[in-house]
Design a protein around this ligand. Structure first.
Ligand code: BGC
Length: 455
């Protein structure tokens, strides 16, 4: 069998880490765009005199754009290449940021956000996929998870940006102008991503898919060094020769298993409640008894913990493996959610709720956060990777839409205790599903993973 990147030289590691970091900036746009609306929404509501339903739509239209973008991402990436798909994402994100900052009617605002969402959809699936395709097996988990690190960094940075902008002027200024800056600042990461992308090479696996062997080999040499590159290329080639994988085959035994794991994990990442916390944290803390200011401070803690534990995951992921982290994380998520529900039910002090929400976020950050995107990027065969990971990501974004739309309704109808228990039960299911169905992919090359399904 082929090597696992054990002999990859430091200079090669430096190159591939740099390229992966650049591509992970896509995650920054993802985090930025999903979080920026939380600070802008109340000013938008006043500016455009929005009803409650329209407020919901102002938040959700980005997700709808992302669902559509993710759906097209696979085709775009297969036809034009991974790099061009990412460049398109950067352009759409930048244009969406400018237009949403300038919008003078609510309809224009929604269209602008959907354009941005389209870009976010593409980059959410293409950034991890590109990194998975270029990274040596030994450090692939770490490199792909840089994308998630960028997502949480984006969320964190935007929170302070929103705070800074809103405290710059009075209410009237914020209603007329403040929210425009919050959204418009997205131009900076958007352009940065665009410019940096021009310097990265195309994915060697996509080049080989298109029969551009010489170019593929050149890039593999930079990643693996002279000798190893040839071995790597032969292995990739042999899977292309053997593979008769079509979309239909994704539904036959073997690959059906891969599709099931990808889609179910994608849905579980969302229905276990992370974005109920990410999008509504201040509201939850208020329900737990916190005042307005302390609810904001507690929300900052959520961001800090998310960031720190994503780093912990990156450190561990190629050492202990995906499965162990997923099991530990989902088990801790289940326990935390059970306690949060109980605390709400019995009226226990809000500080307990804060502690267990932080524990829940930490558990998500070491497991479901980075690993689901990693699994989606690495478990599918070369020929169908782009399309299959698009399908799984569409499922993820749809589940995101479902949770973010229903959470406020659930909170006001069945109450926080039951709502968190439902998330808890789904986390327990995620634990069992991982135990039974998710294979360990640590240290395996993409072609070895492919063989696992085929056999
Ligand atoms: C999820 C996002 C979530 C973020 C929070 C990502 O992996 O896909 O929906 O907001 O993690 O850290």
């Amino acid at each position: 069998m082929m090597k696992k990147g054990g002999q990859v030289k430091e200079s090669n590691i430096g190159f591939v880490s740099l390229v992966s970091t650049v591509v992970a900036v896509g995650g920054l746009l993802f985090g930025y765009d999903t979080a920026v609306i939380s600070g802008a929404i109340k000013f938008l509501q006043l500016k455009f005199a929005l009803s409650d339903i329209m407020v919901g739509w102002a938040v959700a239209c980005l997700i709808v754009g992302a669902i559509i973008g993710t759906g097209f991402a696979g085709k775009i990436s297969d036809v034009f290449g991974r790099k061009k798909a990412l460049i398109l994402a950067a352009i759409l994100f930048t244009v969406g940021s400018i237009l949403s900052g300038l919008a003078n009617t609510f309809t224009l605002f929604v269209i602008a956000r959907m354009i941005g969402g389209f870009g976010i959809g593409i980059s959410s699936v293409q950034s991890p996929l590109y990194i998975a395709e270029i990274a040596p097996a030994r450090i692939r988990g770490r490199l792909v998870s840089l994308n998630q690190l960028a997502v949480v960094t984006g969320i964190f940075v935007v929170y302070f940006l929103n705070l800074g902008i809103s405290s710059y002027g009075n209410l009237a200024w914020n209603i007329s102008t403040g929210w425009r800056w919050m959204l418009g600042f997205g131009v900076i990461p958007g352009l940065l991503f665009f410019i940096l992308l021009l310097m990265v090479p195309e994915s060697p696996r996509w080049l080989q898919l298109k029969g551009r062997t010489t170019e593929a080999l050149q890039i593999l040499k930079k990643v693996h060094g002279e000798g190893e590159a040839k071995v790597e290329l032969e292995t990739i080639k042999s899977t292309f020769n053997k593979e008769r994988v079509s979309i239909n085959q994704l539904l036959k035994p073997g690959l059906r298993g891969a599709l099931l794991v990808g889609v179910v994990l994608a849905v579980l990442q969302q229905v276990t409640g992370i974005n109920a916390i990410m999008y509504y944290a201040p509201e939850i803390f208020k329900q737990a008894g916190a005042g307005h200011n302390s609810s904001l401070v507690e929300t900052v803690w959520v961001g800090i913990i998310n960031l720190i534990f994503t780093l912990v995951s990156i450190w561990l992921i190629d050492k202990v493996g995906r499965k162990v982290l997923l099991l530990a994380g989902t088990a801790m998520m289940t326990i935390s959610l059970a306690v949060i529900g109980y605390a709400f039910r019995s009226g226990i002090a809000g500080s307990w709720i804060l502690i267990f929400i932080l524990l829940y976020v930490a558990s998500f950050a070491i497991s479901m956060g980075p690993i689901v995107w990693l699994v989606i990027a690495e478990i599918f065969p070369n020929r169908v990777r782009a399309i299959a990971s698009s399908i799984a990501s569409v499922a993820l974004w749809m589940a995101n839409y479902l949770v973010s739309q229903t959470f406020p309704v659930l909170l006001n109808s069945i109450g926080p205790a039951l709502t968190f228990w439902i998330f808890g039960i789904l986390s327990a299911f995620a634990f069992l599903f991982t135990l039974k169905a998710v294979p360990e992919t640590k240290g395996k090359s993409l072609e070895e993973i492919e063989q696992m399904w085929m056999s």
